[in-house]
Design a protein around this ligand. Structure first.
Ligand code: C2O
Length: 559
């Protein structure tokens, strides 16, 4: 542990010292190792990077090249995803297991080699296989190019807040148990802030994150939702926050008393330490406006003014109610791209390809499950099956028989998507090969994601790999193709990589398919991904070698 801390520190130091105005190469070593960690008075072995929980922060400057060697010392297959990094022409470094690579097996290594181009802000990395991201995750901080400043007042200091979920049991066992029963895996035992649940949980002594602030100073809080299944509210007692960035894209600043953040998303806020010196709780708790059981416990951390004693009891912030849909709609409606001359919002105005995907939950017969049935999820009635070979390799080497490209552009039959669940359990189809959608290079795509009331409505945070997209519209009920597009925001819509489809509603996104490769798209609620709420786009190569998928690296893991 000590050894790695020093090594990491040196690596960072070398990176900085040798960073001239031009791009630098930054190297990190990620050792996947199992370590005993104690939380909530339980000690258990968890999978970590370098023995750290949460894992190390990657610091990089826009334009740098990153070389991250992952060596797997654990008894689990592993792959790491750099969530929100575009990986232009370089899906080989993207990380989702069996989509862009086969996992790194025990005793093996793989170096993720990629450039950080045209992006700055807060992103994060996490394991992208089964539920291992429960403990294998960390922050990515991309500093603006040297000589470039933020488009908001320069903060005096900054800190990261990684929101997570903790299970007392081994997470892989939790998932297996859920699948065996055909039911949702049991909900988490705690929420965490920087890996710590805080004083509202048992044994908080060492398990509370605290940060010291100075009166009058401005802080940049980089908030990351690394939870597996819970959309979260976050607030700081007595303090307002100014949202300035989401998913590494600058926004028009707005002030708020609480932030709403879905799994996969990041939010940067400015906070001024302008209150009476004291101790204030920062707190995170779920948002859930569907009849679904959720871990509703509150994680807390402490914002402590300099010179204040540890004995002062902090007060809790006012968080919106668990099911406060109005807050959620109102908050999301405030998000706008900055859309300045330096950071324009290049929204596709003309659409080449219209896609309409329904999100469905369902129950399928399952003779081997204890319940006789199992929960399932689908897009356009298709439950995605994972292949045995990585899809990107199959695409690049033109291997036949791994996947088909007949994923339908719309559901097989229109119905009253958000009506009473009369339609519950439309037959979902499960082919033995993944069905993907093929997209022409550089075409503009509009995708409407429509929640349905098959089984139950629920809010679904959808994440697209390889791209950012513009969230041009959103609404409750069924999408109306005649009247809704007229209300789209095509000027300064929020640009992001993960967007919540509202409970019983729809969200429309647009992007230009200028990044060739195979790109995963899935609900970032791990429980739904596991049930098949996922698909992938095959974006074709461009007209020449400079617009085609790069050749695979030599050390790409074999299956
Ligand atoms: Cu953050 Cu495919 O995931």
């Amino acid at each position: 542990m000590f050894h790695w801390t020093i090594r990491l520190f040196l690596v960072c130091l070398v990176g900085y010292v040798s960073t001239p105005a031009t791009a630098a190469v930054k190297k990190y070593q990620f050792d996947i190792q199992v370590k005993n960690i104690s939380r909530l008075c339980h000690e258990k072995p968890i999978v970590t990077v370098n023995g750290m929980f949460p894992g190390p922060t990657i610091y990089v400057r826009e334009g740098d090249r990153l070389l991250i060697n992952v060596t797997n010392f654990a008894q689990y297959n592993m792959s790491i995803h750099w969530h929100g990094l575009k990986q232009y022409r370089n899906g080989w470094a993207d990380g989702p297991a069996y989509v862009t690579q086969c996992p790194v097996q025990t005793g093996q290594s793989y170096t993720y080699d990629f450039n950080v181009t045209g992006q700055r802000g807060t992103l994060w990395w996490h394991a992208h296989i089964s539920w291992l991201r429960a403990t294998v995750y960390g922050a990515i901080v991309i500093m603006p190019k040297q000589g470039t400043s933020y488009p908001f007042p320069q903060p005096d200091f900054e800190f990261n807040l990684l929101l997570g979920e903790w299970w007392n049991d081994d997470v892989e066992t939790v998932v297996k148990q859920g699948n065996k029963l055909g039911l949702p895996p049991k909900t988490s035992d705690a929420h965490t802030i920087n890996g710590k649940p805080g004083p509202l949980f048992p044994c908080p002594e060492k398990h509370t994150y605290a940060v010291e602030v100075e009166q009058g100073k401005t802080y940049l809080l980089r908030i990351i939702n690394a939870a597996l299944n819970d959309e979260l509210f976050f607030a700081v007692a007595g303090h307002n926050m100014t949202v300035v960035e989401i998913d590494a894209i600058y926004t028009k600043p707005f002030s708020t008393n609480a932030v709403l953040i879905a799994p996969g998303q990041t939010t940067n806020v400015l906070l001024r330490a302008n209150q009476a010196p004291g101790r204030y709780f920062m707190a995170a708790r779920p948002f859930m406006d569907a009849p679904i059981s959720v871990d509703n416990k509150t994680a807390t951390a402490i914002l402590q003014y300099k010179g204040i004693q540890n004995t002062v009891i902090p007060s809790l912030p006012q968080l919106p109610a668990l099911n406060d849909s109005a807050f959620a709609l109102n908050y999301n409606a405030k998000l706008r791209s900055l859309n300045s001359p330096i950071f324009p919002a290049n929204v596709p105005l003309k659409v080449d390809r219209h896609l309409f995907y329904t999100i469905g939950l369902g129950v399928n017969p399952c003779p081997t499950c204890q319940n006789g049935t199992q929960l399932t999820a689908s897009l356009n009635n298709i439950t995605f099956v994972m292949p045995q070979t990585a899809l990107l390799q199959a695409h690049y080497f033109n291997l036949k028989g791994v996947f088909t490209t007949d994923f339908p552009d719309r559901p097989p039959m229109p119905f009253n998507y958000t009506g009473a669940p009369l339609t519950a359990n439309l037959q979902t189809t499960q082919s033995n090969r993944p069905r993907l959608s093929k997209i022409a290079f550089n075409s503009t795509v509009e995708l409407v994601l429509q929640d349905t009331n098959l089984l139950s409505v629920e809010s679904h945070p959808f994440h697209l790999h390889g791209y950012n997209f513009f969230v041009v519209g959103s609404g409750i009920g069924n999408f109306d193709p005649k009247n809704d597009p007229a209300k789209f925001n095509l000027v300064d819509p929020p640009e992001r990589n993960t967007v919540g489809v509202p409970t019983g509603g729809w969200t429309a996104i647009r992007f230009r398919a200028d990044n060739p490769g195979v790109w995963f798209m899935h609900c970032h609620l791990e429980v739904h991904t596991g049930w098949g709420l996922k698909t992938a786009f095959v974006v074709e190569d461009g007209p020449d070698a400079d617009h085609s998928v790069l050749p695979p690296p030599k050390d790409l893991p074999p299956c």
